[in-house]
Design a protein around this ligand. Sequence first.
Ligand code: PLP
Length: 261
Amino acid sequence: MSVRPPIVLCFSGHDPSGGAGIQADIEAIVSHRCHAASVITALTEQDSRNVKKLLPQNPADIICQAETLLNDFKVSAIKIGLLGHADTALAVHDIVRQCPDIPVVLDPVLAAGGGTELAGEQLISAIVAKLLPLTTVLTPNSQEARKLAGVNDLNACASLLRAKGAQNVLITGSHEDSLLVHNRLFMPDGLNETFNWERLPQHYHGSGCTLASAIAALLAQGLDVFTAVNEAQEFTWQSLAAAYLPGKGQHNPRRLFWMDA
Ligand code: PLP
């Protein structure tokens, strides 16, 4: 019998276009030779341009599905993506607080790349109060970091988000007006590191999901946070560099790029 791959439990939304959400997670996790277990937090209606409708799932069902899996599987990392409703955040909190030894990667999805808001004030408050204290690596883009922290300066955002309980904060810089993309990792004890990436030319759908899931998979394999964050960025950049246009909107990361090598 072959060796069991590490298991990543995802709490994610479904994007029928296949660019973001759980499909992005599964592709990124499988690319890292891990197994993805998936609890769907919300259905959506969307295409490669924008999200048209958000359909949060029943919080009690989310809890049951996760408990059933956790009673059967040894989960090595948890990835949290789109929540869509404050009650969903509370349901996920209910589960994750029972797993103190499992690393948690939280991608705070607050808006779609096409512009649709995916989180109101109540959800933002629930993420900050309930989920940040359980988070090993928080992966906001710069806009999400500002919304969560309520301040403009990104260093100050990171300090505030760490003070609210997130152990490590990776703020991605693709939304900033800089020649290179600067992703900054803020770690305990005041340590931080800036990663500089060549800016790619397109708009991409699901890049945040790809990055967060890759980090979760690498943590599930037992890598430390710094190495996981470093390698996951390289994987995401390669996926974006090989992206394709599935429709009339944003590009889709090619997360299985290595199959064509
Ligand atoms: N839909 C779902 C289900 C998502 O999880 C996300 C992001 O995580 C989005 C849409 C938005 O993706 P993007 O910001 O890449 O457009």
